[in-house]
Ligand binder design. Structure first.
Ligand code: GDP
Ligand code: MG
Length: 205
């Protein structure tokens, strides 16, 4: 009998507070949406199993507990990430400008982790403190990012300030990052976006 290997992929979701990160995850994993705003949700991550080709994949999707307001998410959040989703609200210009900051922050954090791991490896000779959880240094050109422009449902697009082409241009000039327009509220493109997240993370394994 063929043994089926299960692959665990860690996905982190970054973006300004209020853009809909938690809502996108809830819609994807629990098929639920609430307009009630909760800045802090207890769980570190939620998981969802999916089949990609002949592989059974467990997506482990990490949410912030609102600390993104202070941009201090801690090393555990970033450690071993296989994909990083960057979310903005298409109705809030500032949240789109912040993509640059979150992109850089991710690259900086994973670079710092790499340095720490190397120092520990040198100090402790063979023992790798993070076992196979070590993130390879995130190369901005190859690390799988994905950008989600969320809340496209609002006002039927009348309050929109970040156009699809503006977001797509930013993605193209930052290493051809895939771009999805989403609505956590209407469950628009949510499965598609997370499926692409899983596929790109798997391809990069
Ligand atoms: P987070 O801080 O990035 O995790 O954002 P939340 O998921 O907590 O969402 C912030 C607010 O925006 C909440 O009131 C949500 O109900 C609302 N929201 C999230 N996604 C959407 C969406 O796609 N459409 C609309 N209309 N509201 C949304
Ligand atoms: Mg949240």
């Amino acid at each position: 009998m063929a043994t089926r290997r299960r692959t665990l992929l860690k996905v982190i979701v970054l973006g300004d507070s209020g853009v809909g990160k938690t809502s996108l995850m809830n819609q994807y994993v629990h098929k639920k949406f609430s307009l009630q705003y909760k800045a802090t949700i207890g769980a570190d991550f939620v998981t969802k199993e999916l089949q990609i080709g002949d592989k059974l994949v467990t997506l482990q999707i990490w949410d912030t507990a609102g600390q993104e307001r202070f941009q201090s998410l801690g090393a555990a959040f970033y450690r071993g990430a296989d994909c990083c989703a960057l979310v903005h609200d298409v109705n809030v210009a500032k949240s789109f400008d912040s993509l640059e900051t979150w992109h850089e922050e991710f690259l900086k954090q994973s670079h710092n982790l790499e340095i720490c791991i190397n120092i520990l490896l040198l100090q402790n000779s063979k023992v790798n403190p993070f076992s196979d959880d070590v993130a390879s240094p995130a190369d901005p050109k190859t690390f799988p990012f994905i950008v989600l422009g969320n809340k496209v449902d609002i006002g039927g697009g009348s309050t929109r300030v970040v156009s699809e082409s503006k977001a797509a241009d930013w993605c193209a000039s930052n290493g051809n990052i895939p771009y999805f327009e989403t609505s956590a509220k209407e469950d628009y493109n949510v499965d598609e976006a997370f499926f692409t997240i899983a596929k790109t993370a798997l391809a990069n394994e």
